[in-house]
Design a protein around this ligand. Sequence first.
Ligand code: ZN
Length: 384
Amino acid sequence: MKKEAVFIFSEKQLGYSFSETHPFNQKRIVLTLDLLKKINAITDDEIITPRIATDEELLLVHDSRFIDIVKRAGKGQVSNEVGSVYGIGTEDTPIFPNMHEASAMLVGGTLTAVDEVMEGRSRYAVNLGGGLHHGFSGKASGFCVYNDSSVAIKYMQKKYGARVLYIDTDAHHGDGVQWTFYDDPDVCTLSIHETGRYLFPGTGSITERGNGKGYGTSFNFPIDAFTEDESFLEIYKTAIEEVAAFFKPDVILTQNGADAHYFDPLTHLYGTMKSFEQIPRIAREIAERYCEGRWIAVGGGGYDIWRVVPRAWSHIWLSMKQIPIPTGNLPDEWLTAWQDQSPVPFIKTWQDPNPLYEPIPRKAEITEKNTQMLNKALHIIRNK
Ligand SMILES: [Zn+2]
């Protein structure tokens, strides 16, 4: 019988770890899954073990020389100096033991999710271990070694002949995926992110629209620092609806970085749980309208792993299962299980306290700027 949704998970996904103190921490997947279990929203038969991507699959996107360097680096055979030519051994993306195997497992998890959906065993699938959107074909970048989404998109094109719409709501620009498909008219990339003026990776302007035959299938929505829920959701909803209507995808792949939240230590956006409740619900509606439901979700950024990510990512699964948005308190058993490990007091409720922060005097100005950006970015399809 076809499942509504599957959740790709293995403890081995935690092997993707740069160090104990690095902000990228896959423990957030364990925290999320445990939260879902403690509200009885997931059963064991809905959890699927990821496979490891083969070299042949990685080669759909990545250079053989880069793969070779990552393999050797994970065995301690590459210096930081040599590695840094390939984006590893840097402060952001240090070398760690078995980094090839760990990175290939995150890619394999997204491929597992793809096959579950494309072969009709499940309507939706989520791999929170994926979403490494800064990975380039020959270079690691910004905590990302192999780019699971790029590999998965190539794989869907090759194996299933699918037109893919990639939607990235991480606070950082989805540069690795965008540049991989910049010339390809059959893959559409859409990224909403904090403007690159002050934030890594610096790209993602509205003028990056694609190249050659791919011109007009790359969409960027750079929003201002301090953007709040209302404006974020207006941009997201309008962008996804108009781009999906224009591109008519066969399948949607969403990258669900949870670093646009006010608490996130690496970014300057002012999102709250109100945004994270709606992001996956709207994505699901779009997948139903255009793709007979086919929707694969991956994780991404998210550096407040205690107060933000578990709640934010739970909403992806709850949307897939069409469970209403929960209100009130998080389960006591979950809070008591993890509170001792958290360096900050938990938010004990599903919704954030209202207000979460002091009002921003520039709110109207920021909203207006974002709306103007949205109109400019969509101009190209509104005038077709
Ligand atoms: Zn990010």
